[in-house]
Design a protein around this ligand. Structure first.
Ligand code: HEM
Length: 237
């Protein structure tokens, strides 16, 4: 169902820009996402010879499912490269960008479910994937439904939500880095901490996005009596 008037005012109508820390986090997440794909493609193409046993075993896991891994990470890379266009050029988006945004997102989500069958972190990781991947898909589907109703403001709100959830995958990486760095103290192995890292990474993104979007809504509600000087399709990030 596509609700209408009772919903909060879409974030798009806000005049405010996203704070610098949020924009910085956004670009760091994009950079991490691109880097992990390039690193994985390289490892699949030319497996590194000298690696610590834990990392070598991770590489072997993904090499055993090369086709599925590529089917996940290549569309994921394209989607992530598309994200800045969607976020920063809402009113000047080329038709091709809109055309491939939803199919690419769906492929990333569906292949992520398949990847979770072989998840390093077992059920702790799988449960995080089931939840956050589904949240991503639902957000994407709602954005698409609003698009079909030509409701650009709400489409954009749900697009941004989907993107924030998706980029949770990048937030898991520094969290994993901390676990790797402290492994000598904690004695935790990837099979134990990958799942925890997935829960922490995705939760951070969902929480930060929801807090931010609500703060913009509140700000907007406070100034709702003033006219909106700019196009509602202006970028908010
Ligand atoms: C909804 C978003 C996403 C979900 C739920 C998801 C889920 C997963 C899962 C479950 C795995 C297997 C990990 C394991 O076995 O422990 C995986 C691997 C991978 N994903 Fe995603 N993914 C998502 C988005 C992305 C994005 C946006 C990128 C980068 C552009 C990405 C890049 C990778 C890479 C490179 C791997 C191979 C493992 C590695 O090299 O670390 N994923 N993903």
């Amino acid at each position: 169902m596509i609700p209408h008037q009772s919903q909060p005012v879409p974030v798009l109508e806000s005049n405010s820009k996203a704070p610098l820390w949020l924009r910085t986090g956004f670009w760091i997440a994009i950079a991490i996402s691109v880097a992990v794909v390039l690193r994985r493609v390289l490892a699949l193409a030319t497996p590194p010879r000298k690696l610590p046993p834990q990392l070598a075993s991770l590489d072997n896991t993904f090499a055993a499912h090369t086709a599925l891994t590529l089917a996940h990470i290549v569309p994921a890379l394209l989607f992530v490269l598309l994200v800045p266009v969607v976020v920063f050029r809402p009113d000047r988006q080329p038709a091709w960008a809109q055309g491939i945004f939803y199919p690419l997102g769906a492929i990333v989500a569906l292949t992520a479910y398949a990847m979770s069958l072989y998840s390093i972190g077992g059920w702790t990781e799988r449960s995080a994937i089931l939840l956050f991947d589904t949240l991503f898909l639902v957000s994407l589907a709602r954005a698409y439904a609003y698009r079909s109703h030509a409701d650009n403001l709400r489409e954009r709100r749900w697009q941004l939500r989907a993107i924030a959830i998706l980029l949770g995958i990048a937030t898991t990486r520094p969290v994993m880095g901390v676990f790797f760095a402290t492994a000598r103290l904690t004695h935790l192995v990837p099979q134990q901490f990958f799942g925890i890292a997935f829960w922490i990474g995705f939760s951070i993104n969902v929480l930060v996005f929801e807090l931010w979007i609500r703060s913009v809504d509140r700000q907007r509600a406070r100034t709702s009596s003033s006219p909106i000087p700019n196009s509602p399709m202006r970028s908010v990030l």
